[in-house]
Design a protein around this ligand. Sequence first.
Ligand SMILES: [Zn+2]
Length: 476
Amino acid sequence: MKALRIILSLPILAFCLACSPRPSIDFKLSWAGDKIHVDMSMNPIRHGTDTLYYGDIGYGGQRDIFGCVKDLRMNVPFSTDSANLRIILQIPDKKKVTASYDIACSLPDTGVVNTPMEMFRPNITQDFLFCHGVNLFLRYNDRVGRDLPVQVSWDEIPPFPTFCLYNQGQGFRTARAPSSAFQSTILVGDRHLHVDTVHVAGQTQFIVTAPRKLTEYNQAMTTSFFKDFYAAAVRFWEDTPEGPYSLIVYPFERIRHNVSGIGLDGGFCARYDAQADTVVTPARADVYAHEIGHNWVSAGFSSQWYGEGFNELQTAYLLVASGLRPLQGFVDYLNVGIRSLERSAIRNLPNDEIEENFWKLGDYSWLPYWRGEVYALRLLGQIEAHTGDPTAFKSLMLFLKRSGTQVNNDNWIGTLKNFIPEETAREEFQRYIIQGESIPLDRGPLPSGLDFQRQEDGTPGIVITDSTAFARHFVL
Ligand SMILES: [Zn+2]
């Protein structure tokens, strides 16, 4: 009888598996004149109370972003908690969840429009589309860290050229990927949108521009800069890119801000002053290079001294190593950080107070950049003094890559002890990064060929004392 029961139970099990569909989310997008209509259906992981999220407070610290979601309807009972950017659902047994909503937002006609608003809000009009994935796709809260399969398809498409970073080179074709792939992504559209392609390391890269002036010149300059810098970065990291990478350089609609950028999955987006004649000025090229650098150097908010600071040092380094800037370019770049840090009234703010104040902007958002790059410079001098290796930056970065380390405050000493004495590493990291003490570049070794000097008026900075020795640091 026992054997018979097992045989009988098999078809019942198979039937049950067939009738509970795999958890997944399906988004269908439709252009609706000056907004995007979204139809969503979800086979949930569980039933009962569950949560969907919208937006990300890390995208400009905007607490009102939930207001961009209009006319939200669902086939299950739900309540919205806009202060915490979430929707609480009550999902009955075996119920497929369907929802529809519009993403509609353009910049306000009155009041302040600041850089975070233009960088991180949906900016959608009848002939313009700019929307981050976090501001378009509801995000499922999976408490056990599972990443749901997601499908995104289009019904009505915008009546102007549009580039979807989640589907590079594929236009509006249906995309399938884990849900996380649709968050750190962006959609841009414009009547003047232009897409160039280049090929580096066996992959296609897309350069997306929409210049308002000197169209062909700006398109060509942007593509040329990208190709040179990205190729150098790929060589430095000894990388074999697994997919395409895109550079999106897009004018601001309203504000007269020189440039701002954000690194995304498989590319980045920068925005710049629409009144500018030239898209690739040295100052903007610095930002484009920095954002490309995030493809390899990034970290969580509490470790921005690495994600931003080491990325700043990488930016200065690769601009020189690629041949796009002379040796002096590295010194000039670092000196901006060295001087800004020393002059800042909040230069000694402890690391854990940066995150809570970051979106106050000003020096609060720049502090991790300045402090991190000055700390990185000092560290490279220490590594070289201890190991005799003038290519300390490449050695350190490739060590991180090969060990698969995602840098954070807890694992940093474990990395550094492979290069300098553990006690020195621990003490200096604690003092100069965690506690925010001033970093004494005038004491302790600097990378060879460099020295620290103050000008007559007291302005601090580094200078090249031996070009031959200094040039040895820059290897790809
Ligand atoms: Zn950055």
